[in-house]
Design a protein around this ligand. Structure first.
Ligand SMILES: [Zn+2]
Length: 441
């Protein structure tokens, strides 16, 4: 599997003990991360555990344990070992912070080991799992799953692919008392609409799930369902209002120290609100989505914040997601309403330019000074004639050069779709040459 160096460094920056093999087989119980879990006692009887790309929080009380999240399917056995090396109290509850593949699929190992926890989630999580069942092929593709080693590429071929919650709650709060200690399960929305974060008031600790990750929020993923920037800001402010001393995030390192945490949460909230407000104002002014995105300016202190680097998502993608939330799918250009195919448009541009080779030449020139613009010209050349070797090379070179200059994993991955298309076109070309009938593929 191709995994370019800057994608690996972005993934490692975002996800800690990131394993390429596990990331391509997220539902495989036989694909652990290959790392020893990192275990840190961040407060008395409170542990941060990082088995792989995701974090887990463990609270021990006199009566039993609360585990917040349980990792990817392949993390399950290592988590059982880690938890049982820390405490022999019964596992009272597993809380799912949301239904994502890296957080809610390791519970099977606890159940197989004979543990009998309640599995607690917000009621929206059930819908999240149901959506996985409806769109499991889509999700496998969108998430680049190799899959099919010992199970489905993405959960959802059957109900038994999930460890369903045994208890759900509606509304914003579920109070849980274990060992005489109160825990608050708070519902929010951010990366998903089923988010839960756990507040342990006697310890000053929040287990935040992906509402806190130590990098710029994944609130605008280009190929994924709606994210919730405004509610994410609400959740960050609600956390800040509690003055926590430790946050165990869904990914990355723990956040510690009241002041640093306040700074992180309030800056994150302001950053998201800034994007949300810019888009809503633009929509209300009747601007085209493209013009709203182009005119987005982010204050430098947000961009430079050490806990909000753009290693995964980008502000422009969050802005697009806000546009999508409040408006329709159309980008507002009349010709785009019922468009000619991109290939027809590209062929016309190529003809006007004097041929595909003219586009290749221009894209190559532009790549020296403006990779964004060069990407369009290179794409026209390729779409005008996918069989043209020079157009293939140019498209792959320009888009790779651009991806290599990016820090955000989602930008890198999606720009590199061009490389896959070029590889497919080259393969189709070889197959065509081999075909004695000469039939087009
Ligand atoms: Zn996550």
């Amino acid at each position: 599997m191709m995994f370019p160096q800057n994608q690996l460094s972005s993934a490692t920056a975002a996800f800690g003990q990131f394993s390429v093999a596990q990331a391509g087989n997220m539902f495989s119980r036989k694909h652990p991360s290959g790392f020893e879990p990192i275990v840190v006692e961040v407060a008395p009887r409170t542990w941060f555990i990082q088995p792989g790309m995701v974090n887990v929080a463990l609270f021990e009380t006199d009566e039993g344990l609360i585990l917040v999240d349980c990792g990817c399917a392949g993390d399950g056995p290592d988590l059982v070992k880690a938890v049982r090396s820390l405490s022999d109290k019964p596992l009272t509850a597993i809380v799912y912070t949301h239904g994502h593949s890296d957080h809610a699929f390791g519970a099977w190992a606890f159940l197989e080991a004979g543990e009998t926890p309640e599995i607690i989630a917000h009621e929206n999580l059930v819908e999240h799992f149901r959506r996985y069942m409806l769109t499991n092929g889509l999700n496998a593709a969108v998430n680049g799953q190799a899959g099919r080693h010992d199970g489905p590429a993405w959960a959802g071929e059957s109900e038994t692919d999930f460890d369903w919650p045994t208890r759900t709650f509606s509304g914003d709060l579920l109070e849980l008392t274990v060992g005489g200690e109160r825990f608050e399960l708070r519902h929010g929305k951010g990366e998903t609409d089923d988010a839960v974060w756990v507040w342990a008031p006697e310890r000053g600790v929040i287990a935040a799930g992906d509402l806190v990750t130590g990098y710029f929020p994944n609130a605008g993923n280009p190929k994924k369902v709606q994210r919730w920037a405004a509610e994410w800001a609400d959740a960050a402010e609600a956390m800040a209002a509690l003055s926590p001393t430790v946050i165990i995030p869904g990914h990355g390192n723990p956040a510690t120290g009241v002041e640093a945490i306040q700074d992180e949460l309030t800056t994150m909230a302001a950053y998201l609100r800034h994007i949300q407000d810019h888009v809503v104002a633009g929509l209300n002014d009747g601007l085209l989505p493209d013009h709203i995105i182009e005119s987005l300016e982010v204050p430098q202190e947000y961009v430079d914040h050490p806990r909000l680097p753009q290693v995964y998502d980008r502000p422009e993608f969050v802005a697009r997601n806000v546009v999508r939330r409040y408006s329709g799918w159309w980008d507002g250009y009349p010709s785009h309403l019922l468009p000619a195919s991109q290939e027809e448009q590209a062929a016309e541009v190529a003809a006007l330019a004097g041929g595909v080779s003219a586009l290749v030449k221009r894209a190559t020139e532009l790549a020296e000074t403006d990779l964004r613009l060069a990407s369009h010209v290179a794409e026209w050349a390729f779409l005008a004639d996918r069989t043209d070797p020079a157009a293939q090379d140019c498209y792959a070179d320009v888009l790779e050069k651009r991806a290599a200059a990016e820090t955000s994993l989602m930008t890198q991955v999606n720009l590199r779709v061009a490389l896959r298309w070029v590889a497919e076109a080259r393969k189709a070309g070889v197959n065509k040459d081999d075909d004695s009938n000469g039939a087009a593929q």
